[in-house]
Design a protein around this ligand. Structure first.
Ligand code: FES
Ligand SMILES: [Fe+2]
Length: 451
């Protein structure tokens, strides 16, 4: 269903830097998002470390749908719709476990971990005409990227690498070991999950630096409640000042709708991580990262100092090595899932310290998320009124300054804008409007990706 009566040029004006609040409240647009975005885009569903053995499974989400992510006897990974093709009952009710089959609790149909229908209780008794191979669980197209598992319902979608455009370099950096070696990360425990009454797009993308001085004022006024126990300071030009001086971070975006924040490559930046001050009160983490840093620089070059993973369109974000996925549950409700990434090979004491650090900073009661969630909820609740919907919301910071070309200016991919800019926000909504209107992937292929 396409909302053909709506002009997307009115809903999102990239050149003018405004969006309509209707995109946060309209039930028709929400239905269209489920079809145009969540049934077609590549979505993060989990990590290989959650299902290391044959028979292992986790329950995950794709849009409003539940999926089962499994590893079969041949070690192949599958992403299966958690809906029985008999009468639509849920086939798997556990969040995780090990089982080579799933028996539906309604009439007992049994599916193996590849999603094939293997047993029918009444098989010789009236089902002789039925071809079992036509009645398996619906399967998504799956790709694994540095251990992370991605799926799409659209079998005509481009490869995941093409979908990422030039963003793959930054995403890869998030899943390597602290020393830069491939596939070094694992998920610690199960994701934290909580529900909030907001539209799923509100926190995307989250490199809105100016909000920090107001929303997170308790961190900025010297209360000493940040993870390092120190206040965040504001520099003379408004930039963030870390313990090593001003951090020169810029916003980076891609025509494919992905966004990130990148430290400008420089000798200074190359020495900043792990000694940015972030871990001053977490000496065990700081020492672990210090010990790995020379090897990391050898393997990753200028990307070694990147701390922040990218936001991948449509609904995945990173805070450092915390993955946050926004699952829609209606125009005004979202389930937030946070996964904590750690190095597989790290000593247990370091993993434990990382878990405490992540909870302290990014969990639902963490120092930043609870400030943010208050605004996200109120914004969603009060932008659906008849008059409020007529407003234009402003994303004009830095408008009129074309972003710099990353490859020729910095030797790194993407379109680069100052950290004080709404460029990433404008880019996200520009892509949102494109995907909402496109009838097929051929209309969406980005010709001038910035690698
Ligand atoms: S609904 Fe699943 S076996 Fe009938
Ligand atoms: Fe925030």
């Amino acid at each position: 269903m396409l909302a053909t009566d709506r002009s997307f040029a009115r809903l999102v004006d990239y050149g003018g830097g405004t969006v309509s609040p209707e995109i946060f409240s309209s039930p028709e647009l929400y239905e269209q998002e489920l079809e145009q975005i969540f049934a077609r885009c590549w979505l993060f569903v989990g990590h290989e470390s959650q299902i290391p053995n044959p028979g292992d499974f986790i329950r995950s989400r794709m849009g409003e749908e539940q999926v089962i992510v499994t590893r079969d006897r041949q070690h192949q990974i599958h992403v299966l719709l958690n809906s029985c093709p008999h009468r639509g009952n849920m086939v798997c009710r556990y969040d995780q476990g090990n089982a080579l089959g799933f028996q539906c609790s309604f009439h007992g149909w049994v599916f193996n971990s590849a999603g094939e229908l293997v047993t029918l209780p009444q098989s010789g008794d009236g089902y002789d005409h039925m071809r079992k191979e036509e009645w398996g669980l619906m399967r998504a197209k799956v790709e694994v990227f540095q251990g992370s598992i991605w799926a799409t319902w659209d079998h005509s979608a481009p490869s995941f690498l093409e979908y990422l455009g030039g963003c793959d370099a930054y995403l890869k950096t998030s899943f390597v070991d602290a020393d830069g070696s491939d596939n070094g990360a694992e998920i610690l425990g199960s994701p934290m999950k909580w529900r909030i009454g907001m539209n799923w797009k509100v926190p995307m993308p989250d490199y809105d630096i100016p909000h920090a001085w107001t929303t997170h004022r308790s961190l900025a006024v010297g209360l000493g409640v940040g993870p390092s126990g120190a206040p965040i300071e504001r520099g003379p030009d408004g930039g963030y000042v870390g313990r090593l001086g001003r951090r020169n971070t810029m916003q980076v975006s891609f025509p494919e709708g992905h966004t990130t924040a990148v430290e400008v490559p420089s000798d200074h930046a190359n020495g900043a991580w792990p000694d940015s001050g972030e871990y001053d009160d977490w000496p065990i983490i700081r020492q672990y990262l210090r010990d790995k840093y020379e090897a990391r620089k050898m393997r990753l070059g200028v990307l070694a100092s990147q701390e922040e993973g990218p936001h991948v369109f449509p609904n995945l974000g990173f805070f450092g090595r915390v993955i946050r996925v926004l699952h829609p549950e209606g125009p005004a409700s979202t389930e937030m899932w946070s996964y904590f990434l750690v190095d597989k090979a790290a000593p247990q004491a370091v993993k434990d310290a990382m878990a405490r650090y992540y909870e302290h900073w990014y969990g639902p009661g963490g120092m930043t998320q609870k400030d943010d969630m208050e605004n996200w909820y109120v914004l969603t609740r009060w932008t659906k009124g008849h008059m409020t919907r007529k407003l234009r919301l402003n994303a004009q910071l830095g408008l009129g300054k074309p972003p710099l070309d990353g490859p020729s200016t910095f030797g790194l991919p993407g379109l680069w804008a100052p950290s004080y800019s709404d460029e990433n926000t404008r880019r996200f909504y520009q892509r949102w409007a494109e995907v909402m209107q496109a009838r097929a992937w051929d209309d969406l292929r980005v010709k001038d990706t910035v690698r």
